[in-house]
Write a protein that binds this ligand. Structure first.
Ligand code: V47
Ligand code: SF4
Length: 377
């Protein structure tokens, strides 16, 4: 691209960002492909501080993956197991309840529940997971099952996803995690996960959840076979649904981890790519309140630096994570609250413990309770 033209386009984008105006698809592609990392960081930080000031949010949570047995074979997944594979497992009710009790003992406010789509388990089994945990630990927020799982439940039962979401809400479901989005564009989706819920299904299920008063997150899996226009298309589709419902809380860009997957020949995305993706996402998703630098996926150092490239959240203390560790993540299984707070302060930010719905968590030695929502815009 001609340098003078590029300078003019960047000046126009800068003016729009400063004025809080929306960037177009073409501007998103231009930012990714023609703008240096530090300029992207500077612009993204402007939006980040306008929305969240100097706060960086974290939460105390635990992951629960009740089964890894899955009928699908997404090419990027190292977590799944075949039905008869020795690696496959299904947790018993006792194991599930023990995990929830451990989370509560450790002061967790949230349980993040996702897993495989088991060939033989009935819908009631997945419902039972949420029901028994909620009955035993009503204070724990249950962020459970991705849109891909909800679509699977509809296939199992022949019932509409809206009804299933409502039934789960009754049983204690608190919100939906953002997984399963991968890359929406069919040029990519049909190659990496052709069987599972397509883009419209994923977006429809989140719309239905929002209409039922459930909040949700959104993700994008980058650094595999997708190209810049696919990423920008993905962000634009999310932005459009957010305009309609306002139900998304956090966007989480997920860096592809190749180890033990069918895409193991593809190198892991660079730190440059990680930070660029965070910054461009912050600039494109003008209607998302939060961006999460998921440290398990990015590594602690990059997640810390990402706090100056658009991110305002680090995710949690995260115990028992499997999806990324199976795919070669060398991040630790757990960060203590003291360590998370130190990392945030070192990055020049103010640590705030939040619950799943971004309300401040106030703790005494014995218990915790939620306070006000800390959001500037
Ligand atoms: O949908 C699977 C991804 C997702 C790999 O909502 C992989 O707060 C990289 O969605 N390399 C599940 N990514 C995790 C997820 C998530 C994580 C943290 C917080 C939240 C939230 C949601 O993990 C899957 C898929 O996109 N994934 N395998 C892999 N090898
Ligand atoms: Fe199954 Fe999810 Fe892995 Fe795809 S990403 S194979 S749906 S566990």
């Amino acid at each position: 691209m001609d340098q003078r033209k590029a300078d003019e386009q960047l000046a126009a984008i800068r003016a729009k960002v400063e004025a809080g105006q929306r960037l177009s698809f073409d501007e998103g592609v231009f930012l990714y492909d023609h703008v240096d990392l530090f300029t992207l960081g500077e612009l993204a930080n402007l939006v980040r501080e306008r929305k969240n000031g100097r706060f960086t949010f974290y939460n105390v949570n635990t992951h629960l993956n009740p089964t890894n047995v899955c009928v699908y074979r997404c090419t990027f997944c190292a977590f799944r197991a075949d039905l008869k594979s020795p690696k496959g497992y299904v947790m018993s009710d006792e194991q599930i309840l023990e995990r929830a009790a451990e989370a509560e003992r450790r002061g967790a406010t949230e349980l993040h529940i996702v897993g495989g789509l088991h060939h033989q388990l009935p819908y009631e089994w997945y419902l039972n997971v949420v029901r028994i945990i909620h009955q035993a630990h009503p204070q724990l927020h249950l962020k459970a099952y991705t849109a891909v799982e909800w679509d699977w439940f509809a296939r199992l039962t022949g019932r509409p996803t809206r009804d299933l979401l409502a039934e789960f809400k009754e049983a204690g479901l608190g919100s939906l995690p953002g997984g399963g989005a991968e890359i929406f564009h069919p040029e990519v989706r049909d190659l990496i996960c052709e069987h599972k819920a397509d883009a419209d299904t994923w977006l429809r299920i989140h719309r239905e959840a929002h209409q039922l008063g459930l909040r949700s997150n959104a993700t994008m899996l980058y650094g595999h076979i997708e190209k810049t226009p696919h990423r920008i298309d993905h962000l634009c589709r999310l932005r459009e649904l957010q305009d309609e419902t306002g139900g998304f809380q956090t966007f989480i860009p997920l860096a592809f981890h190749p180890d033990n997957t069918r895409l193991a020949h593809i190198p892991k995305p660079s730190v440059l790519m990680d930070l660029k993706t965070m910054a461009v996402s912050r600039l494109m998703l003008d209607n998302f309140p939060h961006l999460k630098a998921y440290w398990v996926m990015l590594g602690i150092q990059t997640a810390q630096v990402a706090q100056s490239f658009g991110a305002d959240d680090l995710d949690g203390t995260v115990v028992h994570e499997k999806i990324y560790h199976d795919a070669g993540s060398d991040a630790p299984q757990e960060l203590s609250v003291a360590e998370i707070r130190r990392l945030i302060e070192e990055a020049g930010r103010i640590p705030v413990e939040r619950d799943t719905l971004y309300r401040e968590v106030i703790r005494t030695p014995e218990r915790w309770q939620t306070g006000r929502t800390l959001q500037l815009v």
